[in-house]
Design a protein around this ligand. Structure first.
Ligand code: 0WE
Length: 260
């Protein structure tokens, strides 16, 4: 039996934001790799190096892995220089990076410090702009840039606080990047995921009751699976979505459509 070529065969991508096997970045990376994409990865800090090395090693010993703190311009420059040498060109960038100081995700938004506001926006929103600028010269054939968002960008989710404001900036950045990069056939979209139990969600007060709330109130009456984020990533990364840019695609069991 002849098998049809895989949907991402010949495409090359880089994934920012794998911390461990529960990371959304890892779920999407697996879907992209299964579809035939050749992937490179970055990790944030020595603390995560071994863990990420072990995961990416499953794609073969030749899988590029670079350190990258997205708040450092020189790190980002070095990553795309390395990608130019290792891959030549690039088709896909996955941005799955966010951070706000823990105390800013507790209590009231009104108490957000200037520094927590700055850090949240630097790590979670500005970094997408910096990555897009680094990636574009490596995308002469066009490409797909994908960011991860959350409904707290649009409506108030208690305690999401400054992350909601940063995700609003991220979603607006997706639109402005889509406009700037459109003439180069580079698309930029976001996936707005329902809550997922990752390292980033661990320790967030009330997270378990949040999962339960989705089960009770979302149209599909359940939470989402990593595989479903992978499939949405696959759509946005592939030539299935060549007329879609600047969008936020909800993968949230339908929660976003509800008024009550
Ligand atoms: O975007 C997120 C979480 C991102 C995140 C998580 C942490 C935890 C550890 C950013 N910064 C930090 N800083 C830390 O120190 N989500 C969509 C998951 C999330 O986080 C929430 C949520 C949901 C959902 C926080 C409060 C309320 C709901």
């Amino acid at each position: 039996m002849e098998s049809s070529p895989k949907i991402l065969a010949g495409k090359k991508g880089v994934v920012f934001g794998v911390a461990n096997k529960r990371s959304i970045a890892w779920a999407i990376a697996q879907a992209l790799a299964d579809a035939g994409a050749q992937l490179a990865f970055t990790y944030q800090g020595e603390r995560l190096k071994e863990n990420v090395e072990e995961l990416t090693g499953t794609f073969g010993p030749g899988t590029p892995l670079y350190p990258c703190d997205v708040t450092r311009d020189e790190d980002i420059t070095r990553v795309f220089d390395s990608l130019g040498k290792d891959f030549g060109t690039l088709d896909i960038v996955l941005h799955s990076v966010a951070f706000a100081p823990k105390d800013a995700l507790e209590g009231l938004f009104i108490n957000t410090s200037r520094e927590a506001f700055r850090v949240a926006h630097d790590v979670s929103a500005y970094s997408l702009v910096a990555l897009a600028r680094g990636a574009a010269p490596l995308m002469p054939n066009g490409g797909s840039i994908i960011a991860m968002s959350y409904y707290g960008a649009v409506k108030v989710i208690p305690h999401y606080n400054v992350m909601g404001v940063a995700k609003a900036a991220l979603e607006a950045s997706v639109r402005y990047l889509a406009y700037d990069l459109g003439p180069k056939k580079i698309r930029c979209n976001a996936i707005s995921a329902g809550p997922v139990n990752t390292l980033a969600a661990r320790g967030i007060a009330g997270f378990t009751s949040m999962l339960k709330y989705y089960e009770e109130h979302a149209p599909l009456k359940r939470n989402i699976e990593g595989r479903e984020l992978g499939d949405a990533g696959l759509f946005l990364a592939s030539d299935m979505s060549t007329a879609t840019t600047g969008q936020v695609l909800y993968v949230d069991s339908g929660y976003e459509i509800m008024g009550m």
